[in-house]
Design a protein around this ligand. Structure first.
Ligand SMILES: [Zn+2]
Length: 176
C-alpha cells in the first residue's frame, strides 16, 4: 500500500510539473507573438472608409481612379510635366508617397518616379487585367490605386513607378 501511494504521489507531482511547464511554454509563445505583432506594425494607422465616404471627399475622376482602379488619359493629368520640388502625397489619405528628386521624364504622359519615399508606404499587388501581367501599386494606408511599377526605369533602381496624377496631391518643399 505504502509503495503504491508513493507511486501516485510521484505521478501527481509529475503531472503538476508537466502542467506548469506547459503553461510556461504557452506564455512564452504568447509573448513572442506579441513582440512579432508590434514589430510588424507600420508607422501609420490604416484608413478605411466606405465608398460613399470616399465619394464625398474626391472628385468623380479621383474616385474612379483611386477607388475603382481607373487610369487617366496620358498627358492630361496635373503632374506629368510638373517640376517643382516637394513631396507627392496620396490624394485620398495624404500619406507621403513620392519625392520630386526621384521624378524623371519618362515620355509616357504620366508622372514617373524611380522610387517611393518609403517602401512601407507603397504596396505592390499582382495585376492580370487587360491580358497583361503587371504590378499594381497602391497606398499602403488607404489602399488607393496609384498606378503600376515596371522594370524599365532609370538608375539607381531600374524601376518606373507610373502613377496617375489624380492619385496624388503635391506639397511644396516649404509646406509642412
Ligand atoms: Zn492613401
Amino acid at each position: 500500500m505504502k509503495h503504491s501511494s508513493f507511486f501516485f504521489l510521484r505521478l501527481s507531482v509529475y503531472f503538476v510539473l508537466v502542467a506548469v511547464s506547459l503553461s510556461c511554454s504557452h506564455k512564452a509563445v504568447q509573448s513572442s507573438s506579441e513582440i512579432t505583432a508590434s514589430q510588424s506594425d507600420t508607422a501609420f494607422e490604416r484608413i478605411e472608409k466606405s465608398e460613399a465616404e470616399w465619394k464625398k471627399l474626391l472628385s468623380e475622376e479621383e474616385f474612379h481612379i483611386t477607388r475603382q482602379k481607373g487610369t487617366e488619359r496620358s498627358f492630361t493629368g496635373e503632374y506629368w510635366d510638373h517640376k517643382a520640388e516637394g513631396i507627392y502625397h496620396c490624394r485620398c489619405c495624404d500619406l507621403a508617397l513620392f519625392e520630386s528628386g526621384t521624378k524623371f521624364k519618362s515620355g509616357t504622359g504620366w508622372p514617373s518616379f524611380y522610387a517611393p519615399v518609403l517602401h512601407a508606404n507603397v504596396g505592390e499587388v499582382a495585376d492580370y487585367t487587360h491580358g497583361m501581367k503587371r504590378v499594381e501599386v497602391i497606398c499602403n494606408r488607404c489602399d488607393a490605386h496609384l498606378g503600376h511599377v515596371f522594370n524599365d526605369g532609370p538608375k539607381p533602381t531600374g524601376l518606373r513607378y507610373c502613377i496617375n496624377s489624380a492619385s496624388l496631391q503635391f506639397h511644396d518643399k516649404e509646406e509642412k
